[in-house]
Design a protein around this ligand. Structure first.
Ligand code: NAD
Length: 416
C-alpha cells in the first residue's frame, strides 16, 4: 500500500479518537484503518489538437463490509491517491452513519476540466470507466458525481458500463439525469437533509426554528436548497455569501428572489435585498445558526473565536479545521458534523439505486418522506451516542459508524 499522506492522516486522527473511546479490538481497528483496494490507472486520450495525453485516474474502495462501495468521482488537477483514499474512508463512515447498506469509495482523475472540451471530457470519462470496469457495477461499486463531474458525466459512465456488459445497467451510477433512471428529489436531497438536521438540533437545544436567524456560506446546490428549505419552515436567512461576495439583511432575505437573481447573475453579489457582506464578516455575525456550504477549511482558528452562532451545520465537507472544531465545542457551540449533516445526498443516492434495481420509480413525496425518516434516525443515533459518551457530535458520529461496521466485520469473520 502507498504511504499515507496528510489528508488520510487527518481522517485517521478522527477515527482513532472514537476507536479509543469504545475500546475497539486491535484486529478490527487494524482492518478499518486500511483501504481494501486502491486502483491507479493510466488513461490515454487523443486531444482535439491530435496529440495524445495520458491522465492518471484512481478508484479506492475503502471498505465494502456493509454493501457495494459508494462514492463520487472528481476531476481536478490536485487529485492524489492520499486525497482519494481519505475521501473513500469518509464515505465509509458517512454511509454507516446514514445506515444505508453501502461501503465507501472515491475516484478521481488528475486533470483540469476547465481546459478540456466536451469531447475530450467524454473520451477521458469513457477510458477511465473502461480501465476500472471489472471493479464497478450495481453490486460492486456505484460511482456518483463529485467536484467537477455532473449528471452528464454519470450518463457517460452508465453508457460505457452498459455497452461493455451488453445491457442497460442504470444502477451502476447515481446522480444520473431523471430521464435515464435518476431519482426525483436527488438534486434537493443534500440541502433538504441539512434543513432536517438543523431543525432537529434546534429542537434539542430549545431554540425555536421559526424566526431563528441563519447565515450561509455558499449558494450552490447545497447552500441554495438549504436556504430555501429552512426559510420554508420559518427560519430567517439573514446573510449569504459566495465566491464573489455576499449580502446581509437582518430582517431576512427573500430566498425565492435570490434564487432568481442567481440564475441570471451566477452570484449573490449585488442582490438588491440587503447590504454587501464579505465572507470574513459572515462568520462573526450575531446569528443563531451558521451553515458553511461552500468549501473545506473555512472555519479556522482565525475566525472561530468570532463565531457567535449556537449551531454550526457543516453542509460542506470538511469546512472546520480540527483546532477550530475543538474551540467551538469547548465554547458549547453545537457543531453538526459533515458526515451527518450532508448525508441526505448519499441517502437519496441509495434510494436512486434501490429504484433502479427495482425498476419502479417513486413519487418525489415518497423520496422526501423516506429521507426525513432516515435523517431523523441518523441525527438521533449520533446525538444519543455523543450524550452517552460525553463527546462532541463528530466523535459521536464516528462511534456510530465504527460500531456498525465493526459489528458486521466480526459477524462475517475472517476469510483466509
Ligand atoms: P456548488 O459548486 O454547487 O456550490 C459551491 C458554492 O460555494 C457556490 O455558491 C460558490 O460560489 C461558493 N464558493 C466557492 N468558492 C467560495 C469561496 N472562496 N468563498 C465563499 N464561497 C465560495 O457545490 P455544492 O454541490 O453546493 O457543494 C458544496 C459543498 O457541499 C462541498 O463541500 C461538497 O463537497 C459538499 N457536498 C455536496 C453534496 C451534493 O449533493 N451536492 C453532497 C455532500 C456534500
Amino acid at each position: 500500500m502507498a504511504e499515507h499522506g496528510a489528508i488520510f492522516a487527518a481522517m485517521l486522527r478522527e477515527f482513532n479518537v472514537a476507536a479509543r473511546i469504545i475500546d475497539l479490538e486491535p484486529g478490527v481497528w487494524n482492518i478499518l484503518t486500511h483501504p481494501k483496494r486502491q486502483i491507479m490507472v493510466s488513461c490515454p486520450v487523443q486531444m482535439d489538437n491530435g496529440e495524445i495525453e495520458v491522465f492518471t485516474g484512481y478508484r479506492v474502495q475503502y471498505n465494502i463490509t456493509l454493501g457495494p462501495a459508494k462514492g463520487g468521482i472528481r476531476y481536478h488537477p490536485d487529485v492524489s491517491l492520499d486525497e482519494v483514499t481519505a475521501l473513500a474512508a469518509w464515505m465509509t463512515w458517512k454511509c454507516a452513519v446514514a445506515h444505508i447498506p453501502f461501503g465507501g469509495a472515491k475516484g478521481g482523475i488528475v486533470c483540469d476540466p476547465t481546459k478540456m472540451s466536451r469531447r475530450e471530457l467524454e473520451a477521458l470519462t469513457r477510458r477511465y470507466v473502461a480501465e476500472i470496469i471489472d471493479l464497478i457495477g450495481p453490486e460492486k461499486d456505484v460511482p456518483a458525481p463529485d467536484v467537477n463531474t455532473n449528471d452528464q458525466v454519470m450518463a457517460w459512465v452508465m453508457d460505457t458500463y452498459s455497452m461493455h456488459v451488453g445491457h442497460t445497467a442504470t444502477a451502476v451510477v447515481t446522480g444520473k439525469p431523471i430521464e435515464m433512471g435518476g431519482s426525483l428529489g436527488r438534486r434537493e436531497a443534500t440541502g433538504r437533509g441539512v434543513m432536517i438536521v438543523t431543525r432537529e438540533a434546534a429542537k434539542h437545544l430549545g431554540l425555536n426554528i421559526e424566526g431563528a436567524t441563519i447565515a450561509i456560506q455558499g449558494f450552490g446546490n447545497v447552500g441554495s436548497v438549504s436556504a430555501d428549505q429552512l426559510s420554508k419552515i420559518g427560519a430567517k436567512i439573514v446573510a449569504v455569501t459566495d465566491w464573489k461576495g455576499g449580502v446581509h439583511n437582518p430582517k431576512g432575505l427573500d430566498i425565492a428572489k435570490m434564487l432568481d437573481y442567481v440564475r441570471d447573475h451566477e452570484t449573490v453579489d449585488g442582490f438588491p435585498g440587503g447590504d454587501p457582506l464579505t465572507n470574513e464578516q459572515l462568520f462573526s455575525l450575531d446569528v443563531d445558526i451558521l451553515i458553511p456550504a461552500a468549501l473545506e477549511n473555512q472555519i479556522t482558528m482565525e475566525n472561530a473565536p468570532g463565531i457567535r452562532a449556537r449551531i454550526v451545520t457543516e453542509a460542506a465537507n470538511g469546512p472546520t479545521t480540527p483546532d477550530a472544531h475543538r474551540h467551538l465545542h469547548e465554547r458549547g457551540i453545537f457543531v453538526i458534523p459533515d458526515i451527518l449533516a450532508n448525508s441526505g445526498g448519499v441517502t437519496t443516492s441509495y434510494f436512486e439505486w434501490v429504484q433502479d434495481r427495482y425498476g419502479y420509480f417513486w413519487e418525489e413525496h415518497d423520496v422526501n418522506v423516506r429521507l426525513e425518516k432516515k435523517m431523523c434516525e441518523a441525527f438521533d443515533a449520533v446525538l444519543k451516542t455523543s450524550l452517552k459518551y460525553k463527546v462532541d457530535l463528530r466523535t459521536g458520529a464516528y462511534i456510530v459508524a465504527i460500531q456498525r461496521v465493526a459489528t458486521v466485520t466480526k459477524m462475517r469473520g475472517m476469510y483466509a
